[in-house]
Each structure stands twice: as structure tokens, then as C-alpha cells.
Design a protein. Sequence first.
Lengths: 334, 253
Amino acid sequence: MYTIEVKNLYKNYYSDKSGKFAGIGKKPNTEDDSNSVPLQGLGAGISFDVNRGEIFGIIGPDGAGKTTLFRILTTLILAESGTATIDGFDVVKDYKEIRKRVGYMPGRFSLYQDLTVEENLEFFATVFNTTIEENYELIKDIYVQIEPFKKRRAGKLSGGMKQKLALSCALIHKPSVLFLDEPTTGVDPVSRKEFWGMLQKLREQGITILVSTPYMDEASLCDRIALIQNGQFLKIDTPQYIVSQFADVLWAAKSDTMHKLLEDLRKDEQVKSSFAFGDSIHITSPLNPPEGDLNSLSIDKLTKYLTKIGHKNVEIKEIEPTIEDCFMNLSQTK
Amino acid sequence: MGVRGLNMDTVIKVENLTKRFGNFTAVDNISFEVKRGEIFGFLGANGAGKTTAMRMLCGLSIPTEGKGTVAGYDIFKQPELIKKSIGYMSQKFSMYEDLKVWENLELFGGIYGMNDKVIKQKTDELMIKLNFEDERDKLVKSLPLGFKQKLAFSVSIFHQPQVVFLDEPTGGVDPITRRRFWEMIYDATAQGITVFVTTHYMDEAEYCDRVSIMVDGRIEALDSPDNLKKQFNAKNMDEVFQQLARKAKRVDN
């Protein structure tokens, strides 16, 4: 049995005539075919499974449907069609059972601002019929960092401390599954790393974690990921496998004049895409050009060409794609 | 009008800028300059003092100590003139969702004192440039996030400010839109607008001409991304940031 099992889940917030879609799945009978395959039947939904003890990442930008998915799985809203189970319990029929066994950290800070750190934790423990002492082991590593401030009101905490308190509260009843909706959004890179360290420790204690994030670099810290955009999954697999399936050739290019380099690459018809990536520009070109195609691009040819049109110190090399490269590549072909 | 700064090539200049709240020093004696047309990245961990510093530069908060000018105006004595000469955009506040695209432009143009004719003309130009002509009469709330972001940035520089402050402008947007957004930033600097930007994406730090990194209210490093990487013997800006921000003593993280 999968810990989380989702089949053909579909939800659209714009059921009016606006024609717009917001939610998860694919709007049925849509006339907007700009980015889609033809639909079969009603509301093609999304499906995926999460194994026990897995960290499963839902990775995509704002408005992709991440929060909608989390709210359905935590029994806070109803899907229009499709089914989902958590630990074998149905999100509609068995919602009470699910609420007992999941921990949920919503994207927006939702603890009681007027209660102290300690009072918040005690409150959540009490609601779930337990005590702080009973499950202290589970939260210890996280809670000790904010314990010196346990008499402080939650509303007066800094961002990083709020995040730790929220995680402690979501864990205090020893949930079997933890739902973390964008726990690191707006958090600086150092604190993000630290947060992911905490998640790895929780996984070692056997907790299944579904976590969403807009930061593509966090993908590699998950066991498996789903890349999501416009309510649809572009891909579900391990980060390593998704990277190995990258459909094009990927190069990183540099020259002394980076802005001009980007402009020139955009004008080149054989370059499929070119985007700034840190200190270089990532270029894709088709993996298998037609045989004997004399025009097909090579690093050598492109270097010569760019040098000829005035670029100095041109440096192009083949590189391993990151998940961000994969996301961009997949979302462009969609 | 106030007395403009003598050096027209310096858009922001602060010396020993400090802001205290009670006995807490949020911004601790920072000094730096930003040149006209520069993209200046303003980095720091959560709670390092970036927002407080930025509020002082925007004329929204009077410093406790130090001195400084923005767009040639004194941050102590001429905050209102500063507000007129700058643009501002953040991820959280961009535009009025219940107004149409052109209405937002008219509203913001009007607030900054542009006359109707100029607003109309610049709106036409902008719609063509952004390929937004079909969206002109749509409510902002009906636009996809990527559109909104582009529009919000265009609104923030609609009145041709000397410097635009961008507070985490790309948070949460998809990777392609994020990169298109930076291409718009480059366009703006080509028009002579100076860009002061904060971000949590370290790859974006590489797109800046110079980057400062704040730790516990102080600027701990300031240089071009290339020089910073050399100085800290790091292969990218994320490593530079990690090295510096880990030194933070403030109990924020």
C-alpha cells in the first residue's frame, strides 16, 4: 500500500464562464489548446503515489496548483473528481481519520500570534490528545533551537524561528505523513539548507514527507519529485532519472560580453533556447540532428562563429543539466 | 527642487548609515555608493537588516545616524523628493488587481505627476513593446503571474525614475519568466535607470554588476560577483553567501 495514493485528481476554481483555469488537472473540453494535448473525456486529473518514508517534492512556480493539491490531501477542500487516500484512508469518507494522522504546515504562518511559543506547542499537543513530553524526542532537535524564547509570543518571532515553531507544532502528535506547503519560500539560502537538514532527520524517523517548493535547487534533496506547472505534472521521477532523460544537448557558454552573447545566441536559428544561468548562458540544441546535416551545431563551430562576430574569450562546454534546466526544457515543449 | 548631488554619476551614496530600534541596531554603520546605470544586488540572510536599510533609502524611515543621498536628495531632509525620483516594486505589492491594465498605468503615472498626454503615449508604447495590446482592457487579476510581474516592473519604471528598488521581484515565478524578467532589468539599465535589487536566488546575484552582502546589520562584503568568488575562493555566489551568512550571530535563523 502506498502512503499517499492519488488518482486522476481534478479541481478547477474557475467553473464560471471566464474560461480560466486555476487548480489541478486539466480543464475538460478546453478551447485553449495553446499548450495542450487533446483531452479525452472529462477533466484529466493528476495521479501519483508516495511510498512510506519517502520525501516527495512537488516542484513548481506560484499558481501551478501546489497548494490546491495540499488542501485536497489534508481534507480541507474537495476535489471535483478523482480519488486520494492517505495511509489507505479516503480523503472524503475518512477525513476524520486522516486529520488525526497527518501534520500540515501551510504556506502562510498560521499559528496563534498571541500565544507564546510554549503555549502554541501545548495547544497543538492538547488538540491531538497528547502531551509535549510524549513526543518530545521527535521535535527535540528543532525545538531546542527556539526553546530559549519559549515565553515569547509567536507573533514576535523572526521568520526563521516561526518556521521552526510551525514545524514543531505540525509534528507534536507524531504524524505518519507530514505535509509541508512551501516551507522555505522567502527564506534565505542558509536557513533553507538548515531546514532541509531537519527534513532528512525526520525521514530517518520514518515520517513520510510531501513538500512543495518553487526553488528548483531543492529538488535534489528529495527522493522523488513531481514537476508541476499550470496544474499539470510535467514529470514524476527521481531527480537523477529526470536529469538523465534531458532531451537535448546542453552547453554552458561564456564570453566577455554576456548580454550581447545572449542576444546573439537568440538570433541563431540552430540554438533551440538560451537563458542566463548564474555566470554563464545555458544553450540547448536538438540531441539528434538529421544525419549528414552539415548545418548541425557543434561547440567548435559555435565558438568560431561567436568569435568571428566579435566576442572575446568565448568558452563553451557541455554540461550536466540541473533540475531547473529540465523544468525549463519540459515546460517549453509542453 | 532641492540641490542635486554634485556627482551625477552616483545615484546612491550613504556613509555610516545606522538605524536603531531601542537598543537593537538593525542597520549598523553601513557605507556604499551605487553608480548610475548599475545593477546593484543587495543580499543578506533574513533579519540581516536589508528591509530596514532599503526603507531608509526609499525615504520611508529616517536613519538614527550617518548621512546619505539618493537621486541627489538628502535622506534626512528630502525624503519626499526621494520618493518622487525612485520606483519601487516588490513581490507582495505590485498593482491594483481590480483595475484594468491601462487604469493601473494611469493611476501610477498620475500619482507621479505625469500629464495625461504623456501617460497615454507611454501606455501605447508599452503595450506594443510588451506585446500586451490584447490585455490592455483586462483586469490585472485575470492575468497570469508572469504577465503581472512584467507589468509591475513596467509600472515601477513608468515615470522614468533615476533608480528603481526591487524587493525580491522574482519570488515564486517559474524559471523562464524569472530569466525574462532579468532581461527586462537589463533593458531598463540601458535606458539609464539604476537598479537596486534584493533576491534569495543566488544565480541572480551573478547577474548584478556589484553585490553587497549584509550580515547582522553590517555590510560584510561588496564587490563584483567575479571578485567576490575569487576573494572567498568559491565556485559560485551561493558558496560566497553560505560562507558569510553562517557567521551571523543574531538569533534569527
